[in-house]
Design a protein around this ligand. Sequence first.
Ligand SMILES: Cc1ncc(C[n+]2csc(CCOP(=O)(O)OP(=O)(O)O)c2C)c(N)n1
Length: 180
Amino acid sequence: MLGIGCYTAFAALMDVDCQQAMQGDGDMITEGIQEVIHAAARGEKITAICLNNAAFGETGGHMTATSVIGQRTKSTLEGRSPERHGYPIRLPEMLVGFEGVAYLARGTVHTPAGVKKTKKLLRAALETQRRGLGFSLVEVVTMCPTGWFVTPGDGPKFQQENLLPVFPVGELKRPRDLTV
Ligand SMILES: Cc1ncc(C[n+]2csc(CCOP(=O)(O)OP(=O)(O)O)c2C)c(N)n1
């Protein structure tokens, strides 16, 4: 389940042998949401990582299921409207009640503190997987300044003000005896 998008460069940039189950919000939460829901319901012992930048970045920056209300994208130039486009999907919140799901969290990487915390979330998710306790998912809120119509320097501010109120960071579900 490695999709295709701007985030796919991650696989080549990281010094690791292989990666699985990493997707963007366009892949995982918009076009491919059925797959992740069933993987979670089956309790697949994998860690899914969703890099959520609230846009279909690689194909030009159109709206995804996680674009926030009022967000301007290439396909919502007047801003996402609830009447026309519905409301954003919070995937970790949606999966909380699934018995097969063992670990759920959301992190951010727009500040050094966010990176540090997100590393811990990923470690906890992978430890849950290593112990075979069920499905783990970490959503990481990431950048798409081009798709947000802001400069790269203004990206963190945009993310903080527009995305994080809709996608709060933290753990939503974790195994009771997990110590990491
Ligand atoms: C099944 C399928 N449908 C459509 C595409 C075209 N496509 C390539 S990249 C992409 C956008 C991916 O967006 P996202 O997952 O949000 O990642 P980002 O580029 O923002 O990192 C799309 C729709 C594809 N590759 N495969």
